[in-house]
Every structure is written in structure tokens, then in C-alpha cells.
Design a protein around this ligand. Structure first.
Ligand SMILES: [Zn+2]
Length: 410
């Protein structure tokens, strides 16, 4: 009996160890610049509501020099625009005179102000990251975000993944426990430390027994994701009117955002979702009705090419400017989930009609968009084969850095 208990404990520990293999990635930096010994550095991060004036007050620095810094940088980056969470560095000499000032404008740019003989000189410098190609593998536990580990960057990766498959997989209702993903993605590093993800180059996603592939390919200056046959993953209709990205941002990136329930009691689909959840148009089209309509409550009806129509009912609110005749693009927010009309609780009633006949949106086959042009197919296949051989090598769950790219600048 004791033996069984010990093995069980061991198994749990082993499982937890494997699960935590995907790296936890943290923010931000400190770029060290060469300095002379007689200089001192003040390093900090802008706090909520803090101005440069406050920072100068805090460190008892000369306000005249602040004015000179502002003047010098006026054409490069206005010093009034400093934002909470962004790092800065002030280099001062023995008598507290400013010798240099650095401010991290965003993930890609730093403002550098240096003292020269003729006064301060400002320039914007691009942060030169080292680019690596990362292999990530994972298994779905409950939802996509919680299966991606903690941190802003992993959340961004999850959203990028959900965007790539938005025409095939509804990440709020389609995921199953033990679904698997393998991702090849660019990672940007500074001084050997991970800073952020770049573009996803390729993905293999096993969802409910079906395998989906995505390969990033650029032609005619346009980037798109293609399947193994070289067909764009884009389709005329999104898989669902409740976009995973929209929902995730609406619920302020909460780790466990609501898992939506879908049911099919009648002509359409019902998505049980919290009141106020944003509703997106599944395809390009023209609004033909927007307002109150009996049991549907507040509803928007959109006409799409080939006499297809989509219905979004029981809305709590219709987005401004969504009126009869409005032209809308795929993915645009048109309204918000509610329980107007004949509804017992907040849910979206979603209906798809072809020539006014309701059909099941989940079983309809919507053709894919464009394909890789014939003359580029060989190039696409080379890239695909290279990605495939890397995908095969990923044994999930794992986080590993494997390939150092030749071009290591942004
Ligand atoms: Zn319904």
C-alpha cells in the first residue's frame, strides 16, 4: 500500500517537472554602456504618473539641464512622452552634472542623449537584438493561455497562434484536453537574455485528433500563413463570431478567461458567454438589419457574397456606426453579448443562412483563399520541408533554443 502511494507521488512530481519545462520568460533589460570611472549611473523605471521633472526632483538634479535635455531631444523624441514601466538611465559626474541620458522608448528603440562640447546631442537608436529560432511544444490542459505558461510574451504567442488558426479552430470551444502544439518561432535576445517573440514561422496543432499545419510565407511583399498544400489559411468566414483574441483582451488577459459553451438547440448556434463579450463579424459584408427584432432581441444581420447571411442575436448593445448599409470587414466588432429578446441568460445566437436557408456553421465547408503562386511553389516546399524536419524534432512539452539565425538584426 505504502509502495503504491510513493509511486503515485513520484508520478505526480515527474509530471509537474515535465510540465514546467517550458521556459518562464521575464521582461526587461539593462543595457550596459561603457562608462568612465568618475561617472555615476541612476537606473530606474518610470512610475505611474511620474514625469521627468519628478525624476529630477527625486535625484536632486539640475532643472536647467532638464530643459537643455528637452531642447536637444525635441526633434528626436519629446521628453514629455515618457511612459510608466519604461526604463531610463541617467549618467552623472561627480558634481551631479548630466553626462548622458537614456530612455527606452519601446521594445525596439532607445533615446540616447550625450553631452558633447557644444551641448547635448540626442539620437534614437534601434535596439539590436540577437535573433534565435525557438522550438516550443506543449499540451493543452484546459485553455490555450494557461497551457502556454506565464508572462506577457507567452500570452502574445498564444494570441498569435489563435490568429493564425482563426478560420479553422475556435480556441474557446474547440480545444480538447491533450491537444498538442508545436511552434517554431523567432525569439529576440539581448545579452543572451530572452526579450520577446517575433513571428511564428510554423505550427503543428493537433486538435481533437485532426492535425493542422501553418507555414509563414511571403510573396509580393505580403505575408500569409499557408497549409501544407500551399493554400492560404484565410477563408471567407472565421470559425466563430467570438474571437479568442477579442475575448482575451476584453477580459483583460485574465489567466483563466471564461471558457465558452456552445449548443445547438434550433436553427443556429448558441454561445453562452458573459454579458458584454465582444462579437465579431465572421466575414466581409454589408449590414442589412441592425436593431430590435422580436425573439432575437437586438440583432445584426449581415449579407455576404453569394447570398450568404449571418445573424447575431440577443445582443446587449450594437456597436456605434453599425447601421443598415454599413460595410464591414471580417473580424470587426459589431456588438456585445446580452440577453435581449427571448433569452434566459446572456448568450449569442449565431445563425448562418445560404439563400435564406439556415445551415450549420460548424459543418459548412468554406473554401480557402489564395494559394502560393506556381512559380514560387518550389521555394515554398523547400521552406515547408525545412520546417517539417524541425517540427518532427520537437517532443512536447519542451522549450528549447536550437538554431541561431545568420541574420541576427531586426
Ligand atoms: Zn439561439
Amino acid at each position: 500500500m505504502k509502495k503504491i502511494f510513493i509511486s503515485a507521488v513520484f508520478l505526480v512530481i515527474a509530471f509537474l517537472t515535465i510540465r514546467s519545462n517550458i521556459n518562464i520568460i521575464d521582461k526587461r533589460e539593462k543595457i550596459d554602456i561603457p562608462e568612465k570611472e568618475c561617472y555615476r549611473e541612476i537606473c530606474g523605471t518610470v512610475e505611474q504618473g511620474e514625469t521627468l521633472y519628478d525624476i529630477f526632483t527625486k535625484y536632486k538634479l539640475d532643472f536647467e539641464e532638464l530643459l537643455k535635455l528637452k531642447e536637444a531631444s525635441a526633434d528626436v523624441h519629446r521628453l514629455r512622452e515618457i511612459y510608466p514601466g519604461q526604463p531610463y538611465k541617467i549618467i552623472i559626474d561627480d558634481s551631479s552634472h548630466i553626462n548622458g541620458f537614456m530612455y527606452w522608448i519601446d521594445d525596439d528603440n532607445i533615446l540616447h542623449i550625450t553631452r558633447t562640447e557644444s551641448g547635448f546631442c540626442a539620437e534614437k537608436k534601434t535596439i539590436e537584438y540577437e535573433k534565435k529560432i525557438l522550438h516550443i511544444g506543449g499540451i493543452i490542459k484546459d485553455n490555450l493561455i494557461s497551457s502556454m505558461r506565464e508572462g506577457r510574451e507567452n500570452l502574445m504567442l498564444a494570441l498569435q497562434l489563435s490568429d493564425i488558426f482563426a478560420w479553422d479552430i475556435d480556441f474557446t470551444t474547440d480545444l480538447r484536453k491533450r491537444d498538442e502544439f508545436k511552434i517554431i518561432v523567432e525569439g529576440f535576445y539581448l545579452d543572451g537574455e530572452f526579450k520577446k517573440y517575433g513571428d511564428i514561422l510554423s505550427v503543428e496543432f493537433i486538435n481533437n485528433g485532426a492535425t493542422y499545419h501553418a507555414y509563414r510565407f511571403k510573396h509580393n511583399g505580403e505575408v500569409d500563413y499557408y497549409d501544407a498544400e500551399g493554400k492560404s489559411l484565410k477563408r471567407a468566414f472565421l470559425k466563430a463570431p467570438l474571437s479568442f483574441r477579442r475575448i482575451s483582451s476584453y477580459f483583460s488577459y485574465r489567466r483563466f478567461h471564461p471558457i465558452l459553451k456552445i449548443s445547438r438547440p434550433h436553427h443556429g448556434l448558441d454561445y453562452a458567454a458573459p454579458q458584454g463579450t465582444p462579437v465579431s463579424a465572421v466575414g466581409d459584408g454589408t449590414v442589412i438589419f441592425s436593431g430590435y427584432k422580436g425573439q432575437y432581441g437586438k440583432i445584426i444581420i449581415v449579407r455576404h457574397p453569394n447570398n450568404w447571411r449571418t445573424y447575431y442575436g440577443h445582443l446587449s448593445r450594437i456597436e456605434k456606426n453599425i447601421k443598415k448599409g454599413s460595410k464591414i470587414k471580417q473580424g470587426r466588432i459589431i456588438g456585445y453579448v446580452g440577453s435581449t429578446g427571448l433569452a434566459t441568460g446572456p448568450h449569442l445566437h449565431y445563425e448562418l443562412r445560404v439563400k435564406n436557408k439556415p445551415i450549420n456553421p460548424l459543418s459548412v465547408k468554406v473554401p480557402r483563399g489564395r494559394t502560393v503562386p506556381q512559380k514560387l511553389l518550389a521555394e515554398f516546399r523547400d521552406f515547408k520541408n525545412k520546417m517539417d524536419s524541425q517540427l518532427v524534432s520537437i517532443t512536447s512539452p519542451v522549450f528549447a533554443c536550437v538554431e541561431k539565425s545568420k541574420d541576427n538584426k531586426l
